[in-house]
Write a protein that binds this ligand. Structure first.
Ligand code: GCB
Length: 632
Protein backbone atom coordinates (compact mmCIF):
# COMPACT_ATOMS: atom_id res chain seq x y z
CA UNK A 1 0.00 0.00 0.00
CA UNK A 2 2.74 2.44 1.09
CA UNK A 3 4.68 1.61 -2.07
CA UNK A 4 1.59 2.41 -4.14
CA UNK A 5 1.14 5.78 -2.43
CA UNK A 6 4.83 6.61 -2.97
CA UNK A 7 4.50 5.71 -6.67
CA UNK A 8 1.47 7.96 -7.03
CA UNK A 9 3.34 10.82 -5.31
CA UNK A 10 6.35 10.35 -7.61
CA UNK A 11 4.06 10.35 -10.64
CA UNK A 12 2.28 13.52 -9.51
CA UNK A 13 5.58 15.29 -8.81
CA UNK A 14 7.02 14.22 -12.17
CA UNK A 15 3.93 15.30 -14.09
CA UNK A 16 3.81 18.61 -12.25
CA UNK A 17 7.48 19.10 -13.06
CA UNK A 18 6.86 18.34 -16.71
CA UNK A 19 4.20 21.03 -16.96
CA UNK A 20 5.63 23.46 -14.43
CA UNK A 21 6.76 26.59 -16.13
CA UNK A 22 9.78 28.42 -15.01
CA UNK A 23 9.21 32.13 -14.39
CA UNK A 24 12.16 34.34 -13.48
CA UNK A 25 11.88 36.93 -10.75
CA UNK A 26 12.41 40.55 -11.74
CA UNK A 27 15.53 42.39 -10.57
CA UNK A 28 15.31 45.94 -9.18
CA UNK A 29 18.47 46.98 -11.09
CA UNK A 30 16.73 46.35 -14.41
CA UNK A 31 14.34 49.26 -13.88
CA UNK A 32 17.00 51.80 -12.95
CA UNK A 33 17.23 53.29 -16.42
CA UNK A 34 14.00 54.24 -18.18
CA UNK A 35 14.03 53.09 -21.85
CA UNK A 36 15.71 55.77 -23.90
CA UNK A 37 15.88 56.59 -27.59
CA UNK A 38 19.29 57.90 -28.57
CA UNK A 39 21.87 57.15 -31.25
CA UNK A 40 22.62 53.77 -29.71
CA UNK A 41 19.60 52.70 -27.66
CA UNK A 42 16.16 52.06 -29.15
CA UNK A 43 12.68 51.74 -27.72
CA UNK A 44 9.14 50.89 -28.80
CA UNK A 45 6.02 51.84 -26.86
CA UNK A 46 3.40 49.07 -27.08
CA UNK A 47 0.49 51.26 -25.89
CA UNK A 48 -2.69 50.79 -27.87
CA UNK A 49 -5.46 48.26 -28.18
CA UNK A 50 -4.62 44.77 -26.89
CA UNK A 51 -6.59 41.50 -26.75
CA UNK A 52 -8.16 40.78 -23.35
CA UNK A 53 -9.89 37.83 -21.74
CA UNK A 54 -11.05 37.24 -18.18
CA UNK A 55 -10.21 33.90 -16.60
CA UNK A 56 -12.51 33.66 -13.59
CA UNK A 57 -12.22 29.84 -13.50
CA UNK A 58 -8.41 29.98 -13.55
CA UNK A 59 -8.14 27.58 -16.50
CA UNK A 60 -5.99 29.72 -18.79
CA UNK A 61 -2.60 28.22 -17.97
CA UNK A 62 -3.89 24.66 -18.25
CA UNK A 63 -5.57 25.48 -21.53
CA UNK A 64 -2.38 27.22 -22.69
CA UNK A 65 -3.90 30.59 -23.44
CA UNK A 66 -0.33 31.82 -23.77
CA UNK A 67 -0.34 30.13 -27.18
CA UNK A 68 -2.91 32.64 -28.43
CA UNK A 69 -6.15 34.00 -26.95
CA UNK A 70 -9.46 33.01 -28.48
CA UNK A 71 -12.86 34.63 -27.79
CA UNK A 72 -11.18 37.75 -26.54
CA UNK A 73 -12.32 41.35 -26.45
CA UNK A 74 -10.40 44.60 -26.95
CA UNK A 75 -8.83 46.66 -24.19
CA UNK A 76 -6.83 49.88 -24.05
CA UNK A 77 -3.33 49.72 -22.58
CA UNK A 78 -2.53 51.61 -20.44
CA UNK A 79 -5.78 51.68 -18.46
CA UNK A 80 -7.35 49.72 -15.62
CA UNK A 81 -9.76 47.08 -16.87
CA UNK A 82 -12.46 47.83 -14.27
CA UNK A 83 -14.32 50.64 -16.00
CA UNK A 84 -13.57 49.94 -19.67
CA UNK A 85 -16.43 47.40 -19.79
CA UNK A 86 -19.99 47.21 -18.55
CA UNK A 87 -19.53 44.14 -16.35
CA UNK A 88 -16.05 44.28 -14.82
CA UNK A 89 -16.03 47.07 -12.25
CA UNK A 90 -15.54 44.69 -9.32
CA UNK A 91 -13.65 41.97 -11.20
CA UNK A 92 -10.20 41.44 -9.66
CA UNK A 93 -9.47 37.84 -10.59
CA UNK A 94 -7.22 36.50 -13.35
CA UNK A 95 -7.23 38.16 -16.75
CA UNK A 96 -5.06 37.80 -19.85
CA UNK A 97 -3.63 40.46 -22.15
CA UNK A 98 -2.06 39.78 -25.53
CA UNK A 99 -0.46 41.83 -28.27
CA UNK A 100 1.75 41.12 -31.26
CA UNK A 101 4.65 43.04 -32.65
CA UNK A 102 7.46 42.82 -35.15
CA UNK A 103 10.92 43.61 -33.88
CA UNK A 104 12.67 46.20 -36.06
CA UNK A 105 15.42 44.70 -38.22
CA UNK A 106 17.86 47.29 -36.95
CA UNK A 107 17.65 45.78 -33.46
CA UNK A 108 19.45 42.58 -34.55
CA UNK A 109 22.55 42.02 -32.46
CA UNK A 110 21.26 44.13 -29.56
CA UNK A 111 19.97 42.93 -26.19
CA UNK A 112 16.20 43.39 -26.12
CA UNK A 113 14.11 43.87 -22.99
CA UNK A 114 10.46 44.27 -22.06
CA UNK A 115 9.48 46.77 -19.37
CA UNK A 116 5.98 46.70 -17.88
CA UNK A 117 5.21 50.03 -16.19
CA UNK A 118 2.56 48.71 -13.83
CA UNK A 119 0.65 45.43 -13.70
CA UNK A 120 -1.62 45.42 -10.68
CA UNK A 121 -1.17 43.23 -8.69
CA UNK A 122 0.59 40.03 -9.79
CA UNK A 123 1.79 39.38 -13.31
CA UNK A 124 3.29 36.57 -15.38
CA UNK A 125 4.67 37.05 -18.89
CA UNK A 126 5.07 34.69 -21.85
CA UNK A 127 6.87 35.57 -25.08
CA UNK A 128 5.81 33.50 -28.08
CA UNK A 129 4.26 31.00 -25.67
CA UNK A 130 7.45 30.59 -23.61
CA UNK A 131 7.39 31.51 -19.91
CA UNK A 132 9.52 34.55 -19.14
CA UNK A 133 9.06 36.08 -15.71
CA UNK A 134 6.73 37.14 -12.93
CA UNK A 135 6.35 40.14 -10.64
CA UNK A 136 4.45 40.94 -7.48
CA UNK A 137 3.38 44.51 -6.77
CA UNK A 138 1.25 46.67 -8.98
CA UNK A 139 2.71 50.16 -8.93
CA UNK A 140 6.35 49.64 -9.78
CA UNK A 141 7.74 48.62 -13.17
CA UNK A 142 9.62 45.44 -13.88
CA UNK A 143 11.81 44.41 -16.81
CA UNK A 144 13.17 41.20 -18.32
CA UNK A 145 15.51 40.46 -21.16
CA UNK A 146 13.69 38.73 -24.04
CA UNK A 147 16.41 38.52 -26.72
CA UNK A 148 16.55 34.72 -26.80
CA UNK A 149 12.76 34.28 -27.04
CA UNK A 150 12.19 36.54 -30.05
CA UNK A 151 11.53 35.69 -33.67
CA UNK A 152 12.71 37.78 -36.61
CA UNK A 153 10.80 38.45 -39.84
CA UNK A 154 7.50 37.51 -38.21
CA UNK A 155 5.40 38.86 -35.37
CA UNK A 156 6.07 38.06 -31.73
CA UNK A 157 3.27 37.31 -29.29
CA UNK A 158 3.45 38.97 -25.88
CA UNK A 159 1.07 37.54 -23.29
CA UNK A 160 0.64 38.98 -19.81
CA UNK A 161 -1.53 37.40 -17.15
CA UNK A 162 -2.58 39.78 -14.36
CA UNK A 163 -4.60 39.26 -11.18
CA UNK A 164 -5.47 41.56 -8.32
CA UNK A 165 -6.90 39.22 -5.69
CA UNK A 166 -7.16 41.00 -2.34
CA UNK A 167 -5.29 39.02 0.34
CA UNK A 168 -4.22 39.91 3.88
CA UNK A 169 -0.63 38.76 3.27
CA UNK A 170 -0.15 41.01 0.24
CA UNK A 171 0.95 44.64 0.28
CA UNK A 172 -1.26 46.62 0.38
CA UNK A 173 -3.16 44.03 2.47
CA UNK A 174 -6.71 43.37 1.30
CA UNK A 175 -9.61 41.31 2.56
CA UNK A 176 -8.50 41.84 6.17
CA UNK A 177 -11.18 40.62 8.51
CA UNK A 178 -12.79 43.53 10.39
CA UNK A 179 -10.74 46.19 8.59
CA UNK A 180 -11.95 49.76 9.30
CA UNK A 181 -12.14 50.24 5.54
CA UNK A 182 -14.74 47.56 4.96
CA UNK A 183 -15.91 48.02 1.45
CA UNK A 184 -16.90 46.12 -1.63
CA UNK A 185 -14.57 45.00 -3.19
CA UNK A 186 -12.84 44.13 0.05
CA UNK A 187 -9.87 46.44 -0.18
CA UNK A 188 -8.60 47.12 3.34
CA UNK A 189 -7.48 50.55 2.20
CA UNK A 190 -9.40 53.61 1.14
CA UNK A 191 -9.04 53.66 -2.63
CA UNK A 192 -10.40 51.49 -5.40
CA UNK A 193 -8.18 48.48 -6.21
CA UNK A 194 -7.98 49.22 -9.94
CA UNK A 195 -6.52 46.25 -11.79
CA UNK A 196 -4.63 45.54 -15.00
CA UNK A 197 -1.89 47.10 -17.09
CA UNK A 198 -2.08 50.62 -15.71
CA UNK A 199 1.03 52.01 -17.39
CA UNK A 200 2.75 51.61 -20.75
CA UNK A 201 4.60 48.46 -21.80
CA UNK A 202 7.89 49.15 -23.60
CA UNK A 203 10.41 47.14 -25.57
CA UNK A 204 13.92 48.55 -25.56
CA UNK A 205 17.48 47.71 -26.42
CA UNK A 206 20.89 47.99 -24.87
CA UNK A 207 24.16 47.28 -26.71
CA UNK A 208 24.93 43.57 -26.87
CA UNK A 209 27.97 42.87 -24.75
CA UNK A 210 28.91 46.13 -23.06
CA UNK A 211 26.43 48.62 -21.67
CA UNK A 212 25.52 50.99 -18.84
CA UNK A 213 23.52 49.09 -16.21
CA UNK A 214 22.86 51.71 -13.55
CA UNK A 215 23.58 55.36 -12.79
CA UNK A 216 23.39 57.07 -9.41
CA UNK A 217 23.74 60.82 -9.14
CA UNK A 218 24.31 62.69 -5.88
CA UNK A 219 24.71 66.43 -5.64
CA UNK A 220 26.12 68.88 -3.14
CA UNK A 221 27.49 72.41 -3.03
CA UNK A 222 29.94 74.53 -1.11
CA UNK A 223 29.44 78.25 -1.34
CA UNK A 224 29.06 78.94 -5.08
CA UNK A 225 30.61 75.68 -6.30
CA UNK A 226 28.33 72.74 -6.95
CA UNK A 227 29.35 69.13 -7.26
CA UNK A 228 27.70 66.31 -9.15
CA UNK A 229 28.86 62.84 -8.24
CA UNK A 230 28.06 60.25 -10.90
CA UNK A 231 28.38 56.57 -10.11
CA UNK A 232 28.14 54.35 -13.21
CA UNK A 233 27.72 50.60 -13.17
CA UNK A 234 28.45 48.75 -16.38
CA UNK A 235 28.27 45.31 -17.89
CA UNK A 236 31.04 43.98 -20.14
CA UNK A 237 34.65 44.65 -20.90
CA UNK A 238 35.30 48.34 -21.04
CA UNK A 239 37.50 50.40 -18.81
CA UNK A 240 36.69 53.97 -19.57
CA UNK A 241 33.99 56.50 -20.30
CA UNK A 242 33.21 60.21 -20.14
CA UNK A 243 30.67 62.37 -18.35
CA UNK A 244 29.51 65.58 -19.92
CA UNK A 245 27.55 68.08 -17.84
CA UNK A 246 25.91 70.96 -19.64
CA UNK A 247 23.73 73.84 -18.59
CA UNK A 248 23.74 77.64 -18.49
CA UNK A 249 26.02 77.76 -21.53
CA UNK A 250 28.68 75.71 -19.69
CA UNK A 251 29.98 72.34 -20.79
CA UNK A 252 32.20 70.36 -18.46
CA UNK A 253 33.48 67.03 -19.62
CA UNK A 254 35.58 64.61 -17.64
CA UNK A 255 36.86 61.12 -18.39
CA UNK A 256 36.51 58.37 -15.81
CA UNK A 257 37.64 54.78 -15.53
CA UNK A 258 36.13 51.68 -14.00
CA UNK A 259 37.40 49.60 -11.18
CA UNK A 260 35.54 46.32 -11.53
CA UNK A 261 32.11 47.19 -12.84
CA UNK A 262 31.87 50.56 -11.15
CA UNK A 263 33.23 53.94 -12.04
CA UNK A 264 32.73 57.24 -10.23
CA UNK A 265 33.43 60.82 -11.14
CA UNK A 266 32.79 64.05 -9.29
CA UNK A 267 32.26 67.09 -11.45
CA UNK A 268 32.63 70.53 -9.92
CA UNK A 269 30.46 73.35 -11.24
CA UNK A 270 31.61 76.88 -10.58
CA UNK A 271 28.81 79.44 -10.02
CA UNK A 272 26.34 76.64 -9.69
CA UNK A 273 22.65 77.31 -10.21
CA UNK A 274 20.89 75.36 -7.45
CA UNK A 275 17.60 73.50 -7.96
CA UNK A 276 14.60 74.62 -5.88
CA UNK A 277 10.83 75.09 -6.33
CA UNK A 278 11.53 78.77 -7.10
CA UNK A 279 14.14 77.93 -9.71
CA UNK A 280 13.95 74.29 -10.81
CA UNK A 281 17.07 74.48 -12.92
CA UNK A 282 18.24 71.19 -14.44
CA UNK A 283 21.67 70.30 -15.77
CA UNK A 284 22.03 67.72 -18.57
CA UNK A 285 24.21 64.75 -17.77
CA UNK A 286 25.46 62.60 -20.64
CA UNK A 287 27.29 59.41 -19.83
CA UNK A 288 29.28 57.75 -22.62
CA UNK A 289 30.93 54.35 -22.44
CA UNK A 290 34.07 53.96 -24.49
CA UNK A 291 36.00 56.72 -26.18
CA UNK A 292 34.37 59.81 -27.69
CA UNK A 293 35.05 58.81 -31.27
CA UNK A 294 34.07 55.18 -30.64
CA UNK A 295 31.16 55.30 -28.16
CA UNK A 296 29.67 51.97 -27.11
CA UNK A 297 26.70 53.17 -25.07
CA UNK A 298 25.08 56.50 -24.12
CA UNK A 299 22.60 57.45 -21.44
CA UNK A 300 21.37 60.96 -20.86
CA UNK A 301 19.51 62.32 -17.85
CA UNK A 302 18.81 65.56 -16.07
CA UNK A 303 19.77 66.51 -12.57
CA UNK A 304 19.23 69.41 -10.22
CA UNK A 305 21.96 70.35 -7.76
CA UNK A 306 20.38 70.46 -4.32
CA UNK A 307 20.74 69.15 -0.77
CA UNK A 308 18.09 68.09 1.70
CA UNK A 309 18.41 67.79 5.48
CA UNK A 310 16.50 68.37 8.73
CA UNK A 311 17.18 70.12 11.97
CA UNK A 312 15.03 69.93 15.10
CA UNK A 313 12.22 72.02 13.65
CA UNK A 314 12.67 72.37 9.92
CA UNK A 315 13.29 70.68 6.63
CA UNK A 316 16.26 72.34 4.94
CA UNK A 317 16.52 72.58 1.17
CA UNK A 318 19.97 73.83 0.14
CA UNK A 319 20.56 74.68 3.79
CA UNK A 320 17.51 76.97 4.10
CA UNK A 321 14.14 76.12 5.70
CA UNK A 322 11.41 75.07 3.29
CA UNK A 323 7.75 74.73 4.22
CA UNK A 324 5.83 72.03 2.34
CA UNK A 325 2.43 73.17 1.07
CA UNK A 326 0.42 70.77 -1.01
CA UNK A 327 -1.57 67.62 -1.16
CA UNK A 328 -1.81 63.90 -0.85
CA UNK A 329 -2.96 62.69 -4.26
CA UNK A 330 -4.12 59.61 -6.12
CA UNK A 331 -3.74 58.38 -9.68
CA UNK A 332 -7.45 58.24 -10.40
CA UNK A 333 -9.69 59.39 -13.21
CA UNK A 334 -13.07 58.22 -14.58
CA UNK A 335 -12.86 55.27 -17.01
CA UNK A 336 -9.03 55.26 -17.00
CA UNK A 337 -9.09 54.09 -13.36
CA UNK A 338 -5.44 54.13 -12.33
CA UNK A 339 -4.27 54.13 -15.97
CA UNK A 340 -1.77 56.76 -17.09
CA UNK A 341 -3.52 59.92 -18.30
CA UNK A 342 -0.95 62.48 -19.52
CA UNK A 343 -3.44 65.36 -20.03
CA UNK A 344 -4.77 64.87 -16.49
CA UNK A 345 -1.23 64.85 -15.14
CA UNK A 346 -0.45 68.14 -16.88
CA UNK A 347 -3.68 69.62 -15.58
CA UNK A 348 -2.91 68.46 -12.03
CA UNK A 349 0.41 70.27 -12.06
CA UNK A 350 -1.32 73.37 -13.46
CA UNK A 351 -3.90 73.23 -10.69
CA UNK A 352 -1.35 72.57 -7.98
CA UNK A 353 0.60 75.62 -9.16
CA UNK A 354 -2.67 77.60 -9.28
CA UNK A 355 -3.26 76.83 -5.59
CA UNK A 356 0.29 77.87 -4.66
CA UNK A 357 1.34 74.33 -3.66
CA UNK A 358 5.01 73.37 -3.81
CA UNK A 359 4.85 69.65 -3.00
CA UNK A 360 2.82 66.45 -2.96
CA UNK A 361 2.95 62.92 -1.64
CA UNK A 362 2.54 59.97 -4.01
CA UNK A 363 -0.07 58.47 -1.70
CA UNK A 364 -0.37 55.49 -1.48
CA UNK A 365 1.99 54.01 -4.09
CA UNK A 366 4.64 55.20 -6.55
CA UNK A 367 3.22 57.07 -9.57
CA UNK A 368 3.98 56.93 -13.28
CA UNK A 369 7.57 58.05 -14.07
CA UNK A 370 6.28 61.13 -15.90
CA UNK A 371 5.05 62.64 -12.60
CA UNK A 372 8.64 62.73 -11.37
CA UNK A 373 10.06 64.17 -14.60
CA UNK A 374 7.37 66.83 -14.49
CA UNK A 375 8.04 67.62 -10.82
CA UNK A 376 11.77 67.98 -11.59
CA UNK A 377 10.97 70.48 -14.33
CA UNK A 378 8.22 72.35 -12.48
CA UNK A 379 9.93 72.50 -9.11
CA UNK A 380 7.69 70.32 -6.95
CA UNK A 381 8.97 68.44 -3.92
CA UNK A 382 7.84 64.82 -3.66
CA UNK A 383 7.34 62.52 -0.73
CA UNK A 384 7.74 59.24 -2.62
CA UNK A 385 5.64 56.51 -1.01
CA UNK A 386 5.74 52.73 -1.44
CA UNK A 387 2.52 50.72 -1.78
CA UNK A 388 2.72 49.78 1.92
CA UNK A 389 -0.59 51.20 3.11
CA UNK A 390 -2.51 49.72 6.04
CA UNK A 391 0.19 47.31 7.25
CA UNK A 392 -0.47 45.38 10.43
CA UNK A 393 1.78 43.06 12.39
CA UNK A 394 -0.34 40.89 14.60
CA UNK A 395 -1.65 38.02 12.47
CA UNK A 396 0.43 34.88 11.94
CA UNK A 397 4.16 35.27 11.57
CA UNK A 398 4.21 33.73 8.08
CA UNK A 399 1.99 36.51 6.79
CA UNK A 400 4.05 39.16 8.58
CA UNK A 401 7.24 37.74 7.03
CA UNK A 402 5.67 37.66 3.59
CA UNK A 403 4.63 41.30 3.87
CA UNK A 404 8.11 42.19 5.15
CA UNK A 405 9.74 40.60 2.09
CA UNK A 406 7.41 42.44 -0.30
CA UNK A 407 8.01 45.78 1.43
CA UNK A 408 11.74 45.23 1.14
CA UNK A 409 11.42 44.44 -2.55
CA UNK A 410 9.26 47.55 -3.14
CA UNK A 411 11.82 49.80 -1.48
CA UNK A 412 14.66 48.37 -3.55
CA UNK A 413 12.63 48.89 -6.70
CA UNK A 414 11.40 52.35 -5.75
CA UNK A 415 14.84 53.70 -4.93
CA UNK A 416 16.32 52.08 -8.00
CA UNK A 417 13.69 53.78 -10.18
CA UNK A 418 13.46 57.24 -8.57
CA UNK A 419 16.85 57.95 -6.98
CA UNK A 420 17.98 60.43 -9.63
CA UNK A 421 15.07 62.86 -9.33
CA UNK A 422 15.89 66.12 -7.53
CA UNK A 423 12.17 66.48 -6.79
CA UNK A 424 12.19 63.40 -4.55
CA UNK A 425 13.21 64.58 -1.09
CA UNK A 426 11.76 61.87 1.17
CA UNK A 427 11.15 58.15 0.92
CA UNK A 428 7.98 57.15 2.73
CA UNK A 429 8.16 53.49 3.73
CA UNK A 430 4.53 53.09 4.85
CA UNK A 431 1.24 54.91 5.30
CA UNK A 432 -0.73 54.29 8.48
CA UNK A 433 0.60 50.99 9.76
CA UNK A 434 -1.80 49.80 12.46
CA UNK A 435 -0.62 49.01 15.98
CA UNK A 436 -2.40 46.18 17.73
CA UNK A 437 -4.12 48.50 20.17
CA UNK A 438 -5.89 50.29 17.32
CA UNK A 439 -6.37 47.11 15.38
CA UNK A 440 -8.17 45.57 18.33
CA UNK A 441 -10.47 48.58 18.44
CA UNK A 442 -10.98 48.63 14.70
CA UNK A 443 -10.60 45.02 13.69
CA UNK A 444 -12.39 42.00 15.08
CA UNK A 445 -11.75 38.31 14.93
CA UNK A 446 -7.95 38.55 14.73
CA UNK A 447 -5.85 35.90 16.43
CA UNK A 448 -4.70 37.02 19.84
CA UNK A 449 -1.80 39.34 19.41
CA UNK A 450 1.75 39.10 20.66
CA UNK A 451 3.90 42.14 21.39
CA UNK A 452 2.55 43.78 18.29
CA UNK A 453 3.90 47.24 18.99
CA UNK A 454 7.45 45.92 19.32
CA UNK A 455 7.01 43.79 16.20
CA UNK A 456 5.62 46.80 14.36
CA UNK A 457 8.44 49.04 15.51
CA UNK A 458 11.07 46.53 14.42
CA UNK A 459 9.30 46.04 11.08
CA UNK A 460 9.20 49.78 10.34
CA UNK A 461 12.67 50.32 11.80
CA UNK A 462 14.11 47.78 9.36
CA UNK A 463 12.47 49.51 6.41
CA UNK A 464 13.82 52.90 7.46
CA UNK A 465 17.27 51.34 7.94
CA UNK A 466 17.13 49.77 4.48
CA UNK A 467 16.31 53.16 2.95
CA UNK A 468 19.08 54.95 4.84
CA UNK A 469 21.63 52.37 3.73
CA UNK A 470 20.55 52.54 0.12
CA UNK A 471 20.19 56.31 -0.03
CA UNK A 472 21.71 58.34 2.79
CA UNK A 473 21.14 61.58 0.85
CA UNK A 474 17.39 61.82 1.45
CA UNK A 475 15.00 61.77 4.39
CA UNK A 476 13.21 58.57 5.42
CA UNK A 477 9.76 58.67 6.97
CA UNK A 478 6.59 56.73 7.53
CA UNK A 479 3.17 58.30 7.99
CA UNK A 480 1.47 57.66 11.32
CA UNK A 481 -2.21 56.95 11.84
CA UNK A 482 -4.28 58.97 14.32
CA UNK A 483 -3.91 57.25 17.69
CA UNK A 484 -0.80 55.32 16.61
CA UNK A 485 2.15 54.90 18.99
CA UNK A 486 4.42 57.92 19.37
CA UNK A 487 7.38 55.61 19.90
CA UNK A 488 7.06 54.37 16.31
CA UNK A 489 7.20 57.96 15.09
CA UNK A 490 10.62 58.37 16.64
CA UNK A 491 11.93 56.28 13.70
CA UNK A 492 10.97 58.93 11.17
CA UNK A 493 13.18 61.91 10.17
CA UNK A 494 10.06 64.07 10.04
CA UNK A 495 7.04 63.31 12.25
CA UNK A 496 4.47 62.75 9.51
CA UNK A 497 0.95 62.36 10.87
CA UNK A 498 -2.52 62.04 9.40
CA UNK A 499 -5.12 63.80 11.55
CA UNK A 500 -8.88 63.92 11.23
CA UNK A 501 -9.97 65.97 14.26
CA UNK A 502 -13.33 67.50 13.28
CA UNK A 503 -14.09 64.68 10.85
CA UNK A 504 -13.69 61.12 12.16
CA UNK A 505 -13.62 62.42 15.76
CA UNK A 506 -15.51 65.45 17.06
CA UNK A 507 -17.41 65.39 13.81
CA UNK A 508 -19.01 68.76 13.11
CA UNK A 509 -17.50 70.25 16.29
CA UNK A 510 -14.53 72.34 15.22
CA UNK A 511 -13.86 74.19 18.50
CA UNK A 512 -13.31 70.91 20.39
CA UNK A 513 -11.35 69.47 17.46
CA UNK A 514 -9.11 72.53 17.50
CA UNK A 515 -8.25 72.16 21.20
CA UNK A 516 -7.31 68.48 20.76
CA UNK A 517 -5.21 69.09 17.66
CA UNK A 518 -3.08 71.86 19.18
CA UNK A 519 -2.49 69.90 22.40
CA UNK A 520 -1.56 66.72 20.57
CA UNK A 521 0.93 68.42 18.25
CA UNK A 522 2.75 70.09 21.15
CA UNK A 523 2.94 66.81 22.99
CA UNK A 524 4.39 65.01 19.99
CA UNK A 525 6.98 67.67 19.32
CA UNK A 526 7.97 67.98 22.97
CA UNK A 527 8.46 64.23 23.22
CA UNK A 528 10.26 63.64 19.92
CA UNK A 529 11.97 66.97 19.15
CA UNK A 530 11.72 66.56 15.40
CA UNK A 531 9.93 68.64 12.75
CA UNK A 532 6.24 67.83 12.42
CA UNK A 533 4.23 67.64 9.21
CA UNK A 534 0.52 66.89 8.90
CA UNK A 535 0.48 64.69 5.82
CA UNK A 536 -3.33 64.38 5.78
CA UNK A 537 -6.18 66.50 7.10
CA UNK A 538 -9.48 67.28 5.45
CA UNK A 539 -13.21 66.77 5.21
CA UNK A 540 -15.51 65.28 2.60
CA UNK A 541 -17.51 67.91 0.69
CA UNK A 542 -20.15 67.29 -1.92
CA UNK A 543 -19.52 69.87 -4.65
CA UNK A 544 -22.48 72.25 -4.63
CA UNK A 545 -23.68 71.45 -1.10
CA UNK A 546 -23.75 74.60 1.01
CA UNK A 547 -24.64 75.48 4.58
CA UNK A 548 -24.63 78.57 6.79
CA UNK A 549 -23.72 76.78 10.01
CA UNK A 550 -21.08 74.07 10.47
CA UNK A 551 -22.49 71.12 8.59
CA UNK A 552 -20.50 68.15 7.40
CA UNK A 553 -20.31 67.45 3.66
CA UNK A 554 -20.83 71.14 2.88
CA UNK A 555 -18.15 73.06 0.98
CA UNK A 556 -18.12 75.66 3.78
CA UNK A 557 -17.32 73.05 6.44
CA UNK A 558 -14.46 71.69 4.34
CA UNK A 559 -13.00 75.21 4.07
CA UNK A 560 -13.46 75.87 7.78
CA UNK A 561 -11.80 72.63 8.82
CA UNK A 562 -8.84 73.15 6.49
CA UNK A 563 -8.49 76.73 7.73
CA UNK A 564 -8.58 75.58 11.35
CA UNK A 565 -5.69 73.15 10.72
CA UNK A 566 -3.62 75.72 8.82
CA UNK A 567 -4.21 78.38 11.50
CA UNK A 568 -3.01 76.09 14.26
CA UNK A 569 0.00 74.99 12.24
CA UNK A 570 0.95 78.63 11.74
CA UNK A 571 1.27 79.08 15.50
CA UNK A 572 3.81 76.23 15.84
CA UNK A 573 7.37 76.88 14.77
CA UNK A 574 8.15 73.15 14.58
CA UNK A 575 5.57 72.50 11.84
CA UNK A 576 7.40 72.02 8.57
CA UNK A 577 4.58 71.26 6.18
CA UNK A 578 0.86 70.77 5.68
CA UNK A 579 -0.63 68.50 3.01
CA UNK A 580 -4.38 68.64 2.49
CA UNK A 581 -6.17 65.34 1.94
CA UNK A 582 -6.92 65.16 -0.95
CA UNK A 583 -6.10 67.02 -4.14
CA UNK A 584 -9.18 65.59 -5.94
CA UNK A 585 -12.16 63.37 -5.16
CA UNK A 586 -11.30 59.76 -5.88
CA UNK A 587 -12.91 56.36 -6.32
CA UNK A 588 -13.06 53.91 -3.40
CA UNK A 589 -14.77 50.60 -2.76
CA UNK A 590 -18.44 50.83 -1.88
CA UNK A 591 -19.18 51.45 1.79
CA UNK A 592 -21.62 53.45 3.87
CA UNK A 593 -19.08 56.21 4.49
CA UNK A 594 -18.25 56.57 0.81
CA UNK A 595 -21.15 58.25 -0.97
CA UNK A 596 -21.36 56.88 -4.52
CA UNK A 597 -18.18 54.86 -3.99
CA UNK A 598 -16.14 58.07 -3.71
CA UNK A 599 -13.92 59.72 -1.15
CA UNK A 600 -15.01 63.37 -1.45
CA UNK A 601 -12.16 65.02 0.44
CA UNK A 602 -10.80 66.50 -2.79
CA UNK A 603 -10.50 70.25 -3.00
CA UNK A 604 -11.13 69.58 -6.70
CA UNK A 605 -13.81 67.23 -7.98
CA UNK A 606 -12.74 64.06 -9.74
CA UNK A 607 -12.97 65.93 -13.07
CA UNK A 608 -10.80 68.72 -11.62
CA UNK A 609 -13.34 71.48 -10.96
CA UNK A 610 -12.50 73.63 -7.92
CA UNK A 611 -14.57 73.47 -4.76
CA UNK A 612 -14.57 76.48 -2.42
CA UNK A 613 -11.61 74.93 -0.61
CA UNK A 614 -9.43 75.17 -3.73
CA UNK A 615 -10.12 78.91 -3.99
CA UNK A 616 -9.46 79.26 -0.27
CA UNK A 617 -6.08 77.53 -0.52
CA UNK A 618 -5.06 79.63 -3.52
CA UNK A 619 -5.68 82.79 -1.53
CA UNK A 620 -4.06 81.48 1.61
CA UNK A 621 -0.95 79.97 0.05
CA UNK A 622 -0.28 82.94 -2.23
CA UNK A 623 -0.63 85.29 0.75
CA UNK A 624 2.06 83.27 2.54
CA UNK A 625 4.31 83.55 -0.50
CA UNK A 626 3.81 87.34 -0.57
CA UNK A 627 4.47 87.62 3.19
CA UNK A 628 7.70 85.67 2.87
CA UNK A 629 8.95 87.60 -0.15
CA UNK A 630 8.14 90.97 1.46
CA UNK A 631 9.88 89.80 4.67
CA UNK A 632 6.75 90.27 6.89
C1 GCB B 1 -6.47 58.14 5.93
C2 GCB B 1 -5.80 57.35 4.85
C3 GCB B 1 -6.33 57.69 3.47
C4 GCB B 1 -7.85 57.86 3.52
C5 GCB B 1 -8.18 58.99 4.47
C6 GCB B 1 -9.69 59.21 4.59
O1 GCB B 1 -5.98 58.27 7.01
O2 GCB B 1 -4.41 57.48 4.87
O3 GCB B 1 -5.98 56.65 2.59
O4 GCB B 1 -8.39 58.10 2.26
O5 GCB B 1 -7.68 58.69 5.74
O6 GCB B 1 -10.22 60.03 3.87
O7 GCB B 1 -10.30 58.54 5.39
Amino acid sequence: MIKKIINVIILVVLTAHLYAQDFKLAEAKDIALFPQQNEIRNRLNLSGIWKFKKDSMGVGEQEEWFNGLTDYCSIAVPGSWNDQFTDSHNYLDLAWYETETYIPKGWKGERIFIRVGSANYFAKIWINGKPLGQHEGGHIPFAFEITQLLKWESTNRITIQVENILEPDRVAPGNVEGSPFSSYPKASFDFFPFAGLNRAVWLYTTPSSTSIRDITINTDFNSTTGSIEVLVEKIGKINNGTILISGEGKKIEIPFSFSGNEGTAVIEIPDVRLWSPDDPFLYDVLITLGSKNKPIDFYQLKTGVRTIAVNEKEILLNGAPIYLKGFGKHEDFPIFGRGTTPPVMIKDFELMKWTGANSFRTSHYPYDEEFYNMADREGFLIIDETPAVGLFFYDDSTSVSKRRAICKQYLDELISRDKNHPSVIMWCVANEPFPESLGRGGFTGMPKAFESDAVGKAFLGNLIKQVKEKDPTRLAVFVGVMGGPAEWLSLSDVICINRYWGWYTNVGDLPTAKAYLGGEMDKLYNTLKKPVMITEFGADAIAGKHAVEDEIYSEEYQVKLIKMFLDIADTKDYVTGMHVWNFADFRTGQGLMRVGGMNLKGVFTQDRKPKMAAHFLRKRWFETIQKISSGK
